[in-house]
Ligand binder design. Structure first.
Ligand SMILES: [Zn+2]
Length: 345
């Protein structure tokens, strides 16, 4: 997720406390790494943690393990203009981080801090770096960077070049339990059931909140209706794909992954009672061969990986393929039922 310049100081979320304490400990012991990778599911607040860390580490008078909010450094951070913080992200959502942006980062690292403290550079998400960008970053990591902390934020650490990953201290941020996430989410949500939103978002609280922006819930319902329609033979894969064109592909893949994972849990007999959309999905997945479902899941994960690494596939073709494979998955269910019936007679 991209983050606009903050209006208020970023404070670590309640579920990030143990990791925040670890950061404070590293700093207190003079053991801050030169490169830190924050990994974890999308929508749990990794970029927010990076922002909070930057503000804290740049603050000249931190109090109780948090930035003070009133020193010169904090003022600059609140204005989004601290000269010793560089935030690198794709110029457009879903696009690649380019080598020019990493060259700019290398220049930033080579300069002395303007405010006399340390410098921070954040790359979010790190897997959006194309190969040239990742190689350029590797080169700049090889040279000592003085008092600079580089933070790589990653929803998919496995997609970041291994040689880069191995140079970073890893901090795996958790997806909170519903018990941790719901009190936070409930304060910010009105008119929708926070528990259902959290489930729609695969347990990621910020992604749950984001569902309320614009028409995402509507787009999501449309997409699910398309999957159900194809399953019931009411619409063709191509029609369903055309009806889902309004949504962002990455969102669609995330939703689909959530449903498929729920389906996989149902097939394994471990789905929790009362899961949002659970019944609707139960009807869809019943009779699907787990092996077929996992093959489809792999395809969707692959497509998501390609999108995250800045590939720019033809959206219509991507959707048509997803729906056609979905249709094939469900036909395999019908075939399995048929052969079961034949076996019985
Ligand atoms: Zn301060």
């Amino acid at each position: 997720m991209t983050t606009p310049p903050p209006r208020t100081l970023a404070l670590p979320y309640p579920w990030q406390q143990p990791h925040w304490q670890r950061l404070l400990q590293w700093q207190a012991q003079g053991k801050l790494p030169h490169a830190l990778m924050l990994s974890g599911q999308g929508g749990i607040g990794k970029a927010h943690f990076a922002r909070a860390a930057a503000q804290y580490l740049l603050c000249s008078a931190p109090r109780s393990g948090l930035a003070c909010g009133s020193c010169r450094a904090c003022e600059l951070n609140l204005a989004g203009s601290h000269p010793d913080l560089l935030w690198v992200q794709p110029q457009e959502a879903g696009k690649a981080v380019k080598v020019d942006q990493i060259r700019e980062l290398a220049d930033f690292v080579a300069k002395t801090a303007q405010q006399g403290g340390m410098k921070l550079a954040v790359i979010a998400p790190a897997e959006a770096m194309n190969v040239n960008a990742a190689n350029a970053l590797l080169k700049s990591l090889e040279e000592p960077a003085g008092d600079t902390l580089l933070i790589l934020v990653s929803h998919s650490a496995g997609r970041v070049m291994a040689t880069l990953r191995s140079r970073c201290q890893l901090l795996a941020l958790p997806t909170p339990s519903p018990e941790q996430a719901l009190p936070w989410l409930s304060q910010l949500v009105s008119g929708e059931d926070p528990r259902a939103l959290l489930q729609y978002a695969g347990g990621a609280p910020l992604a749950a909140l984001e569902l309320l922006e614009g028409d995402l819930l509507e787009r999501r319902a449309e997409f699910l209706a398309g999957l159900v329609g194809v399953a019931q033979g009411q619409v063709s894969a191509l029609e369903a794909a055309a009806a889902s064109m309004k949504a962002e592909p990455l969102k669609l893949l995330d939703w689909l992954l959530g449903w498929l994972q729920l389906g996989a849990r149902q097939l394994a007999g471990i789905a929790a009672q009362g899961e949002a959309e659970g019944e609707q999905l139960q009807a869809l997945f019943s009779g699907v061969q787990p092996g077929h479902l996992y093959r489809y899941l792999d395809k969707v994960i692959l497509a998501k990986g390609q999108l995250l690494s800045g590939a720019n596939p033809n959206k219509q073709l991507l959707l048509e393929e997803l729906f056609m494979d979905w249709s094939a998955l469900l036909r395999s269910r019908a075939a399995a039922r048929q052969s079961q019936r034949n076996g019985l007679t």
